[in-house]
Design a protein around this ligand. Structure first.
Ligand SMILES: Nc1ncnc2c1ncn2[C@@H]1O[C@H](COP(=O)(O)OP(=O)(O)O)[C@@H](O)[C@H]1O
Ligand SMILES: [Mg+2]
Length: 329
C-alpha cells in the first residue's frame, strides 16, 4: 500500500515570546501543540476553527516556512521537516500555497505572464521558450482568465481575478498538494462561491489534494471530503464532511456549526453560544483546553486532557463525554 500523500505526526510549533522588559523567564506561544493528520491523494481536508487556534501555523509547517519544534511532516513517505536542501527543492514544487490576500503575495510590478513564468523557470518545467508560452497560456485557460490579461499587472484585476492568478501561479509548479490558507475569506459572497467551484474543478481535473484552511465552517460544507476542527493548538474532532455537518460530536464543533445558517429559509439550528474568547495560547487551560468555554464541562475536564477517540467509522473526537471509546494510536 502506498503511503498517504501527506502525513503530519504530533506536530508542535512553540514560538518563544518576550513577556516583560526585565523578565528572564522565557515563555512560549503553544500555537500548534500535538497535531496529527493525513491527506490522501486527490483529497480535500478542511482545517477549521476560530482565529488564533493555529491553523496557519500548521499550514506554514507543512510548507516548511520555519523549523518546527517537534513532530514529523512526511510527504509521500519521505520526511520533509528535516529535509536537505536538494530534497526541499522537489518538495517545494510538490506543495504549493494560495494565501488570503493575493495582493500582498503577487508582485505588483510584474506582469501576469512573468508571475506565472517564474515557478515554471525555477523548477525547470519548460522544455523551450515556446513550451513556456504554451504553459502560461494554458494556465490562464485553466483558471478561466482571458489570455490578453497576461500583459497586465495585478492591480488591474478584481479581488476574485487576483485570486485566480494566485491559483494559476500555484498550479504552474504542477503541485500534488495546495495549501489554501483563507484563500476565499476576503472575497464577496458570490465571488467566494466561484473560487470554491474553481478549486473543486481543478481538484478533479488534476487529482490535486487540498488543505483548505478556513475560520468559516460554512464555506467548506459543499466542497470538502473531511473536516478537522482545531481549538487552541489541537485537533478536537476529525470526520468526513457528512458526519461533521449531520452529527458533530465535540461541543466545540457543535458550537461552530450552530452559527452556520441552514439552507431552508427561517430554519435555525439550536444555537450554542460560547462564553468569552479563545484563551491565550501562552497559558492554555489545564485538562481539556476547551473546558473554560464548554457548556458541558465537568470535573474531569479541568484536570485530564482528552485524547482523540473513535466515535464513528472515520470520526475521531477528543472529549471526555465520549467515555468508553477506544483511544487513537
Ligand atoms: N511568528 C509568530 N510568533 C509568535 N506567535 C505567533 C507567530 N505566528 C503565530 N503566532 C501565534 O500563534 C497562534 C496561532 O496563530 P495562527 O496559526 O496564525 O492561527 P490561525 O491561522 O488559526 O488564526 C496565535 O496566538 C498567534 O498569535
Ligand atoms: Mg490563519
Amino acid at each position: 500500500m502506498s503511503p498517504p500523500l501527506l502525513q503530519v505526526n504530533d506536530l508542535k510549533k512553540h514560538f518563544p515570546v518576550k513577556t516583560g522588559l526585565f523578565s528572564r523567564k522565557s515563555e512560549f506561544v503553544y500555537a500548534v501543540d500535538g497535531v496529527s493528520l493525513e491527506i490522501a491523494r486527490g483529497e480535500t481536508l478542511s482545517l477549521v476553527g476560530e482565529s488564533g487556534c493555529g491553523k496557519s501555523t500548521v499550514g506554514r509547517a507543512i510548507l516548511r516556512l520555519f523549523d518546527i519544534t517537534s513532530g514529523q511532516v512526511i510527504l509521500d513517505g519521505k520526511r520533509i521537516d528535516d529535509a536537505a536542501p536538494g530534497t526541499m527543492r522537489q518538495m517545494r514544487r510538490r506543495v504549493q500555497v494560495v494565501f488570503q490576500d493575493p495582493f500582498s503575495s503577487l508582485n505588483p510590478r510584474m506582469r501576469v505572464r512573468d508571475i506565472l513564468a517564474e515557478p515554471i523557470r525555477n523548477f525547470g518545467l519548460a522544455k523551450s521558450a515556446e513550451d513556456l508560452e504554451v504553459r502560461v497560456t494554458a494556465l490562464m485557460d485553466t483558471v478561466r482568465l482571458p489570455r490578453e490579461a497576461l500583459n497586465r499587472r495585478p492591480h488591474e484585476f478584481s479581488g476574485g481575478q487576483r485570486q485566480r492568478i494566485g491559483i494559476a501561479r500555484a498550479l504552474a509548479a504542477e503541485p500534488e498538494l495546495i495549501v489554501c490558507d483563507e484563500a476565499v475569506s476576503a472575497l464577496d459572497v458570490s465571488v467566494k462561491a466561484q473560487i470554491v467551484n474553481l478549486l473543486q474543478d481543478l481538484q478533479s481535473e488534476f487529482g490535486l489534494a487540498l488543505l483548505f484552511i478556513s475560520h468559516d465552517l460554512a464555506i467548506v460544507e459543499h466542497m470538502t471530503h473531511r473536516v478537522a476542527v482545531m481549538y487552541l493548538g489541537k485537533i478536537v474532532e476529525v470526520a468526513p464532511r457528512r458526519d461533521i455537518f449531520a452529527a458533530p460530536r465535540h461541543p466545540y464543533t457543535k458550537a461552530l456549526l450552530s452559527a452556520v445558517p441552514l439552507p431552508e429559509p427561517g430554519a435555525q439550528r439550536n444555537p450554542i453560544i460560547l462564553k468569552g474568547d479563545v484563551p491565550s495560547p501562552i497559558n492554555p487551560p489545564s485538562g481539556c483546553r476547551f473546558h473554560t468555554r464548554c457548556p458541558f464541562v465537568f470535573d474531569r475536564c479541568r484536570t485530564e486532557e482528552p485524547t482523540l477517540r473513535v466515535a464513528g467509522a472515520e470520526q475521531w473526537v477528543a472529549c471526555h463525554l465520549e467515555e468508553g471509546a477506544p483511544t487513537a494510536a
